[in-house]
Design a protein around this ligand. Structure first.
Ligand code: DON
Length: 556
């Protein structure tokens, strides 16, 4: 074990549970304890939240390979201690050889599976370019030091958890189907086994020695493109060389005394979250009570209308004009809710995307970080599906994403999250696919209040929506807000998904009687929110989602 790591660990208190302690100075909440520890150790060494982001992210690429990644993409939303906000888009891009109808057969029907499994599903990765961009702008510790803990983790190994062992076993057949019998993850990894991944350690060393070029050029670029080609994909070395992330203005809006800052297009997260919160703002949701029939109704109706707009208007802002301010306009949103009534559910088939007047204009992972100075980092990163396209670069030690499925293969045909899209999200070379990732930072009365986000595909936005309301409207602490039972509606299909065994039968029949469609067979765990709260007295508390192996590490 790396010496720096073990010495610093002594200074760090690790706790997966609810924490309330005046003396917490910094916190990292992520999907794995190893990654949270590595992040907080960087802060203990004098690094800032951005340094910790880089180390945490790279650690997740080792010990959380279903979503942590070198060959995926993500979004950062940040707030510096002086109150300035920004966001970085390092989302994957469609390869230069991609085309609008690439997933359709000669009759114009979608060919099932090719946008999710195998070579054609892969978008040009953005993660490493994104981390370098962050380092250049905000990093204080040398890159060399920030990547070293991930190299050590890959070299010395990490312990497989029970949930992780199940995840590897569930996907084993697909790993073999795509990569052959001898692929690295074809072995049966049981709980407690240690996984050492030397090819991955070597890829990380290439990046350590050669910087961004260690991934996007030279040996790694050759390996990656060769593997993509063998798997039937179209990414070229030129595509890798040309990839660049983009600093974008985040989406910002008010909800009562909160200022919410979240990711703008090509994520739908910020705009949709803004629509939902502003649609419910005129109602006194607190009065209805948490997860009551009324509050579920109200939120579901806001969700239904929001996801209808998402399907029509949102896409990559570098390619399409998005009527962002019109979609978030309060008069528009109030009008949108006029068809809602308390007695009967609206029907999704009656709700079309709104008419705005256009002025020109299982698995992802989220981690939240606050450092000693009060800089806040909110990052959601993904391969899209669990282990992405399942295409594995054996000699590089990593999986490739299947982010191309986030495009709309054909209007009216849902993607793997059941989401519909329009021309705004059609495939074009170099375009970014629409996302639901919603890394978010909330201020209350101009002071940092919450840092949060989650995986969960289309359910990401509604999970963030609920977690903010749990804390702010229903007075829950951070951990309780995260633990609390979730529900989801996304316009189409017209059903409410509830987390299993969390909602009583009276509530369900009450909603059924009003015309809400609840299919218990669709019940599933929704999201894994990792969040940090700073209360009015400056006390920091954390919420690591017990639905996963998520864990908070704090520095006192
Ligand atoms: O960007 C998106 O919206 C999706 N690729 C996120 C995928 C995801 O959250 C899968 N996790 N459960």
């Amino acid at each position: 074990m790396n010496k720096v790591l073990s010495i610093v660990t002594i200074l760090v208190f690790v706790n997966c549970n609810y924490q309330e302690d005046k003396s917490i100075k910094a916190a990292v909440v992520s999907a794995r304890i190893e990654a949270s520890n590595i992040g907080i150790e960087v802060i203990a060494k004098g690094g800032n939240a951005f340094d910790a982001m880089i180390a945490t992210d790279l650690a997740l690429s080792v010990c959380y390979p279903n979503a942590g990644n070198l060959a995926g993409g993500g979004f950062l939303v940040y707030r510096t201690s002086d109150g300035s906000f920004g966001s970085l888009d390092y989302r994957e891009k469609a390869p230069s050889l991609s085309s609008r109808d690439m997933y359709l057969d000669s009759e114009g029907n979608v060919i099932e599976g090719i946008s999710t499994l195998g070579g054609l599903a892969i978008g040009v990765p953005g993660t490493i370019a994104g981390l370098f961009e962050v380092h250049e702008k905000f990093g204080t510790l040398p890159w060399n030091e920030l990547i070293q803990p991930a190299i050590d983790l890959a070299t010395n190994g990490y312990v497989v958890t029970k949930k992780q062992s199940n995840s590897f076993k569930n996907k084993k057949e697909e790993f073999i189907k795509v990569n052959g019998e001898n692929t690295f993850y074809a072995k049966n990894y049981d709980e407690g086994d240690i996984i050492i991944n030397l090819p991955l350690a070597n890829t990380l060393k290439l990046i350590q020695q050669n910087g961004k070029a260690g991934f996007y050029k030279g040996i790694n670029a050759q390996r990656l493109t060769k593997r993509v080609k063998n798997a039937g994909g179209i990414i070229t070395e030129e595509d890798l060389k040309n990839y660049s992330p983009v600093w974008r203005d985040p989406v910002q809006f008010q909800y009562k005394e909160l200022t919410i800052t979240s990711m703008g297009p090509p994520s739908s997260g910020g705009v949709c979250l803004g629509q939902m919160l502003q649609m419910i703002e005129p109602f006194d949701i607190k009065k209805y009570g948490h997860n009551s029939v009324e509050s579920i109704q109200l939120m579901v109706e806001a969700e239904r209308r929001t996801y209808a707009d998402r399907s029509e208007y949102l896409g990559d802002p570098d390619f399409v004009n998005i009527p962002q301010s019109e979609l978030m306009d309060s008069t528009y949103l109030t009008n949108r809710m006029k068809s809602f009534n308390w007695d009967n559910a609206s029907l999704s088939s009656d709700i079309n995307p709104g008419k705005v007047i256009i002025n020109e204009s299982e698995e992802t992972t989220h981690y939240s970080i606050i450092d000693k100075e009060g800089n806040a980092v909110s990052v959601t990163t993904t391969l899209n599906g669990s282990y992405g396209s399942k295409v594995y670069v054996e000699d590089g030690g990593y999986f490739l994403n299947n982010e191309m499925d986030d495009f709309s293969s054909k209007p009216g045909v849902p993607n793997m999250f059941g989401l519909l899209g329009s021309e705004a999200n059609s495939i074009l070379p170099g375009k970014r696919m629409l996302s639901s990732m919603t890394p978010t930072i909330v201020d209350k009365n101009k002071k940092l209040y919450m840092i949060l986000g989650t995986p969960g595909g289309s359910t990401i936005i509604t999970s963030v929506f609920q977690t903010i309301l749990n804390a702010y409207e229903f007075d829950m602490g951070m951990q309780e807000s995260v633990n609390s039972a979730r529900f989801h509606h996304q316009w189409m299909p017209d059903v409410i998904i509830l987390e299993p065994k969390q909602f009583d039968s009276d509530l369900i029949s009450n909603l059924n009687n009003k015309g809400y469609n609840i299919e218990e067979r669709l019940s599933r765990i929704i999201g894994r929110v990792d969040a940090i709260m700073i209360d009015d007295n400056g006390i920091i508390t954390t919420g690591a989602d017990p639905r996963g192996d998520d864990s908070s590490s704090t520095l006192r």
